[in-house]
Write a protein that binds this ligand. Structure first.
Ligand SMILES: [Zn+2]
Length: 257
């Protein structure tokens, strides 16, 4: 059975460590801080066996070199982004087999936050990088709203039970916006209370269940009539397709940030 634990880096980054309960090995997702991981592995007697990268931003990749100085391990990452140290470039449909932790992940192309962003899915777990956040989604730094909506549509098609491991603790701010976008959605208010409680106890609000995201994350709800109406009002024009609704909601949040 796989276990996933976070290492917190910088202000609010989660570096995910995937392990198998029978083995001392770990796979590392998006190591922004390499020294921190090396220290953790040495003190916990863990042996890194693979690095998985979702996109090129430094807070997800800057630790690759430091880890590679200590451990000569494969580095999986998006084929369509320029990232130093990648040994196994991946695109849609690619597979990552990590024998040491008995894990296999499938690659989903998810352009939008960046043009070449990928996610990893397997064992009911989704490592979504900066594409889908708990209660939100990544900003558009290079990809278009159409691309991002299409990427999120692929994620939305995964099973409800999927656990979403995103790379940042942004949930409170995301749900504050969700409440503004969908004031009548009771599930958002309830989730907001839960998340505030978790954060007051210094607990991570990640992972979240995809079912909950579908109910409360406005960036997965482009076909909800009330959200379509609210987004149309915000952009002062009737929005008639999913990408346009998504684009308006993304713009709305950007304007408030
Ligand atoms: Zn990013």
């Amino acid at each position: 059975m796989l276990t996933v634990k976070p290492l917190i880096a910088f202000e609010d980054n989660y570096i995910w460590l995937i392990s198998h309960h029978r083995h001392p090995y770990i796979a590392i997702v998006d190591p922004g801080d390499g020294e921190r991981i090396v220290r953790h592995c040495q003190s916990q007697n863990l042996i890194p066996v693979a690095i998985l990268i979702t996109h090129h931003h430094g807070d997800h990749t800057d630790g690759i070199a430091a880890i590679k100085q200590h451990y000569n391990i494969p580095v999986y990452g998006p084929a369509h982004e320029k990232i130093s140290g990648i040994t196994h470039p991946l695109t849609e449909g690619g597979r990552v087999v990590i024998r040491e932790i008995e894990a296999e992940f499938q690659v989903i192309d998810t352009p939008g936050h960046t043009p070449g962003h990928i996610c990893y899915y397997g064992h009911g777990l989704l490592f979504s990088g900066d594409t889908l956040f708990a209660g939100g989604c990544g900003r558009l730094f290079g990809g278009s709203a159409e691309q991002m909506q299409h990427s999120l549509e692929k994620i939305r098609a995964l099973p409800d039970e999927t656990l979403v491991y995103c790379a940042h603790e942004y949930t409170i701010a995301n749900l504050t916006f969700a409440r503004i976008a969908e004031p009548e959605n009771v599930a958002i208010g309830l989730r907001q209370q839960q998340v505030q409680q978790q954060r007051s106890e210094n607990k991570a609000t990640v992972p979240s269940q995809l079912r909950v995201e579908k109910q409360t994350n406005p960036f997965l709800r482009w076909d909800n009539p009330l959200l379509i109406e609210a987004a149309s009002n915000y952009s002062a024009q009737p929005l008639t397709n999913a990408a346009a609704v998504f684009a308006a909601v993304r713009q709305w949040k950007d304007d408030l940030d």
